[in-house]
Each structure stands twice: as C-alpha cells, then as structure tokens.
Write a protein that binds this ligand. Structure first.
Ligand SMILES: *Cc1c(COP(=O)(O)O)cnc(C)c1O
Length: 361
C-alpha cells in the first residue's frame, strides 16, 4: 500500500486513522453483523451514530442551544437555492461576491428575489477580500451572504462583515472546523463536507432556530425546507448515512487532536511553511494579498503556464498529487486541509526548492 500526499481541493484527504477504523468496521459494525452502509437509518445503531456526531460537532464548535444542526444532501450548491427559498421573506438579500462560489450563490438567489452585490473583488480576479466594515446593507435585507473561505482563489474573511444587524449566512465549505468559530455571529453556517470533514454527499447546516419557519417562498419543495429536516432531526428521508458516519469519526479524531484551537495552531504552522517559501522564492509566487490569505487553499504560479504544467506533472510523479489550479484560473493550488500532515507540506516545499534550482533563469 502506498499513500500519496493529496493536495486536492475536494473531495480531499481524510485522516488515515479514520479510514483504517472505517475499514476495520466495514463488514461488521460493532457486533451488528453488517456495514453501516447496509443498516436502516432508523436502527438503534444508526441513531447512535448520528446522535453522537451531532453531540461531538456541538462540542467542537461550542454551538449554542438556540442553533440546530442539520445533516442534509445536495452539496453546498443546493444551499445556494435553499438559503433564499427559506430566508428571503422580503425577497431581498445582499451578497458579497469574493469568488466563483459566492457568485454562483448570488446568481441563484436572483431567481427568487432582489439579490444585490454590495461588495465584490472581481476587479482583481478575486485576489483579496473587500472592505466590509460599512456596506450599503438594505434596511429590509433578509440576510447578508458570504463565502468565508474562497476555495478556488485562496482568500479568507479573517474579519466577518458588519451586517448591520442582518443575519449572516456563510458558506464555510473549505474552512469548516479548521479553526474555532463564534457560531452566535452567524444566522446560517453551512458547508459541503468533502473539503475538510468527510466524503461527498453530506452538507452540514448550522442554523439559528428563529430562522427555521414554515414561511418559505411559494413552491419550495418539501425536501428544501429547513423546518422539515429540523423537525425530523435530519431523518425526514434516508440521510447520507455512511457519509454521516465518517463525519462522526472525523469529529472524534478532531477531539483527539485537541479540538479546533489546536487544529488552528497546526494549520497556521503548516500554511506558514508554504507561504514563507513562496514569499522568498524567485520562481514561485502566491497570487493573493497577504492579509487575506487562506490557510486551507494556497494558490501559486511561476508566471509561465508551460512551466506550471511541468511542475504539476513532475510533482505528481514524485507523490504530490492534485496540485493543478482550478480549471478556471490555472497555475497551482495546494489545499492543505486538517488531514494534511505537516510532513506533506514540508516535503512539498523541499520538492519546490529542487524544482526552483533546476529551472531558474
Ligand atoms: C466545493 C465548494 C462548493 C460546492 O460544493 P458541492 O458540494 O459540490 O455543491 C461550494 N462552496 C464552496 C466554498 C466550495 O469550496
């Protein structure tokens, strides 16, 4: 068996300990004589799995009692629709457009009401986070929307916007559980788990109770109503059971690692190794303004598309895979989520040093 260093943006690397545990339980989950994939979602064993997962997630993020945790399907992308369908009571929402995912969410919301872009960083290819300290938020806006960590461009909101009292809705897909967060500052926090938490197919929605109502836009499908899922404790229909089980194992792993404060420390350390190298390199350079850099997704370029391609190819041959930048931006991107060990980043930097030596002008 040989594992690579997987820098994919998602689906992404998972902790080896979690994969081994899941493998050991594959044929017989704790004396049930079956895999978690094969069991009823109404069984006692699965009820325990989903219950423990929620308890551990609440623990990790210190989620206040007036927030509900929902394990849903449809990926982060379905939330682009569910958010407006459930929250746009006045049919008005303000979006901060900091990348492709935010833009997709913004476009989707326009189907349901007046979605306005109150700030954007598109003028400089989304390489920074706009000043959000005094935005023209509408008096009757139902919410203010951000994508907190921009997976494709590698920027992060290190300071949340001033929403002027409106609920903040945040797509946290690529920074979920990478650091502690003050959930009480959000109306809704949601993320597809395939970036930093588990297998594709699960999206976790953390939502303040008063935002869960029957008063949704006309025609909203039953499956798209937060209240339906909240009332049924995420078991309205068959949930992505195996995915939830793996998420639960990752929550346990995170607790074993000391929780989110310890994780943040580790992630900052990892990212610093890579950024310090990029800042000193004569060949490679980062593409994002320093103060807005993500510690999860690190895009970089050589400035020469052919050389970029050569780097990606040689890196893959050396066991550093999925370093190609998003198809819409080119260059390289190293995603260094929670489960990427620090050795992976150290060895990548060593490889980059050698490549630089060989290709310097
Ligand atoms: C990957 C990603 C998405 C899309 O997720 P799906 O689960 O494929 O719909 C949305 N937002 C962010 C920030 C992402 O990183």
């Amino acid at each position: 068996m040989s594992r690579v260093y997987n820098f994919s943006a998602g689906p992404a690397v998972l902790p080896e300990e979690v994969l081994k545990e899941a493998a050991a339980e594959m044929l017989d989950y704790r004396g049930t004589g079956m895999s978690v994939m094969e069991m009823s979602h109404r069984s006692k064993a699965f009820e325990e799995i989903i219950g423990q997962a929620e308890t551990d997630l609440r623990d990790l993020l210190q989620i206040p009692d007036n927030y509900r945790v929902l394990f849903l399907q449809g990926g982060a992308s379905l939330q682009f629709s569910m958010v407006p369908m459930n929250l746009m009571k006045n049919r008005k929402a303000d979006y901060i457009v900091t990348g492709q995912w935010a833009k997709k969410a913004f476009k989707e919301a326009q189907k349901y009401g007046e979605a306005r872009a109150v700030a954007s960083s598109e003028d400089k290819t989304f390489s920074y986070i706009p000043d959000c300290s005094d935005l023209p938020i509408a008096e009757d806006a139902d919410y203010v929307y951000i994508c907190e960590n921009n997976t494709i461009y590698g920027t992060k909101f290190w300071k949340l916007p001033d929403t002027k009292g409106k609920p903040l809705v945040a797509d946290v897909s690529s920074c979920f559980l990478s650091e502690p967060a003050d959930v009480s500052r959000y109306g809704v926090m949601y993320g597809g788990v395939q970036k930093n938490i588990g297998p594709a197919g699960v999206v976790i929605v953390i939502i303040r109770e008063d935002l869960i109502t029957e008063d949704v836009l006309p025609g909203t499908p039953t499956m798209c109503q937060y209240k339906i899922h909240a009332d049924a404790k995420s078991l309205y229909n068959t949930p992505p059971a195996y995915g939830i089980y793996i998420c639960g194992k990752v929550f346990q792993w995170l607790k074993g690692r000391g929780g989110l404060a310890a994780m943040k420390e580790y992630n900052v350390k990892k990212a610093k190794i890579l950024y310090d190298f990029l800042d000193a390199s004569r060949l490679f350079k980062g593409t994002v303004v320093k103060e807005d850099r993500s510690i999860m997704n690190v895009p970089f370029v050589t400035g020469d598309a052919d050389l970029d391609a050569q780097f990606v190819k040689e890196a893959a041959a050396a066991g550093f895979v999925n370093l190609k930048g998003h198809r819409t931006v080119g260059g390289m991107r190293a995603s260094i989520y929670n489960a990427m060990p620090i050795e992976g980043v150290e060895k990548l930097v060593q490889f980059m040093e050698k490549f630089e030596e060989a290709h310097q002008a």
